[in-house]
Design a binder for this molecule. Sequence first.
Ligand code: ATP
Ligand code: MG
Length: 359
Amino acid sequence: MENIILTGDRPTGRLHIGHYVGSLKQRVLLQNEGNYKDFFILIADTQALTDNAGNPQKVRDNIVEVMLDYLAVGLDPKKVTFCLQSEIRALSELTMYYMNLVTLPRVLRNPTVKSEVKMRGFDDNEEGVPVGFATYPISQAADITAFKSNLIPVGDDQEPMIEQTREIVRSFNRIYNTDCLVECKSFLPENNVCMRLPGTDNAKMSKSLDNCIYLSDEDDVIKKKVNSIASFPRALEEPGILENNIAFIYLDAFVTDEHFKKYYPEFNNLDELKSSYQKGGIGDGTIKKFLCNVMIDTITPIREKRKELSKNVEEILRVLEDGTRKANTVADQTLKEVKEAMGINYDDTFKKEQIEKYN
Ligand code: ATP
Ligand code: MG
């Protein structure tokens, strides 16, 4: 089967290094391999509203920001279709039909939703969780199935959403005796630390928490953020601890042997540095200085390309508009098949059937 790839991001802020290693890098890899029939990237503004209903301006303001990040990391509009969720009406309609195939306890059992509810404080505020937020995995299933996608490059927090989607696909195809919906699987990063990169404060790096290093951050901001990473207090000669060591987790995700040649020639690679650090004698200040160089090396070309791209927003908006048009054609076709399978296509056959029945 030829792959149809779908992935996306909520326009709740600029994209950060967690997105980069968790999903964006995989997308560029897949794009350049070219082994797919279609590749959709969805800016999930409808989903962003599920926990930002009171602040639509934030969502509106971040659509172009996210597009700039996409193009700056090397995603190419000639190879990828960029589209905007709220402009694809079929997605909302599919969501409505899928809602009937999922129970409330099943939705509330989703571990990612559970932890996000906690993170956003919905569980300890009187108003509770917005229904739209609790059920967003169902709308995500609509996004995935509308494009008949089978391959989803995401971080591992999205695994429960992919599972929920598969369940909906199986239920739908079984109940309505059809094969019109396609089962999907996730495409996770190979490197474990990239699946859920922690923020500078050790919680998951997330736009909604203030713990991100952004792909658009200037050098001095990167330095400040790297220096703010907590380290375990110890005397210099004491052994360094690698477990839960954010600086080393970032090195794991970003450092190359080239970086060692350039900035830390005493070591050839990360394994050598790690074993020496564990023996003692290397201070956390030294590690952070090295990490700063690595992060600045990684982010600078992206940030500079982003600045260049921001001079031509008109073209970027055109790309998004064209992509959304194409996405609508595909999603409308799926919706048509879904309605046919459910028998809620009120076409000429329906009219004839009803007239005959009452004759
Ligand atoms: P929000 O706080 O608004 O939910 P977010 O930072 O979690 O934003 P999303 O738009 O929810 O970002 O996630 C988009 C994609 O990026 C998903 O595939 C997700 O798995 C991946 N991703 C997000 N944060 C990380 C992270 N810290 N590490 C690895 N992948 C991540
Ligand atoms: Mg998220």
